[in-house]
Design a binder for this molecule. Structure first.
Ligand SMILES: [Zn+2]
Length: 121
């Protein structure tokens, strides 16, 4: 029996074989997130606490090398993870298209505030 494969990006076990890579190693593909990878006996699953900590450190704009040292994950994994994360950014941004309406309301309030200041003088 071969050991169960785990996706290095999302942790899914829904993995299919994806041919051989350039070094003739068996390549796999995650059916959940589409990540392609080769089997790596060194690889350890990232637990949720570590992943959460990495997210926090990224939000604080800690350099990748610093996050790698603090959490014990490899810099190459971290870079991959960040790249995957950034692919989602445009899709998330398109979900909230109502910014223009709110902006107009804020402008009206700003003008009212300026008028009041003028009357006091
Ligand atoms: Zn995956």
């Amino acid at each position: 029996m071969k050991p169960e494969m785990t996706c290095p990006t999302c942790g899914s076990h829904d993995i299919i074989k994806n041919g051989l890579n350039r070094r003739a190693k068996q390549s796999y593909k995650c059916k959940d997130c589409g990540r392609q990878f080769v089997e790596d006996p060194q690889w350890q699953p990232k637990d949720k606490n570590t992943l959460g900590l990495i997210d926090l450190l990224l939000l604080e704009k800690i350099p990748l090398a610093g996050i790698s040292g603090a959490t014990g994950v490899s810099e190459s994994w971290l870079q991959d993870s960040v790249n995957t994360g950034y692919e989602w950014v445009p899709k998330v941004a398109q979900v909230t298209p109502k910014a223009q309406g709110k902006l107009k309301v804020q402008m009206d309030e700003l003008w009212a505030f300026v008028d009041d200041k003028g009357n006091q003088q």
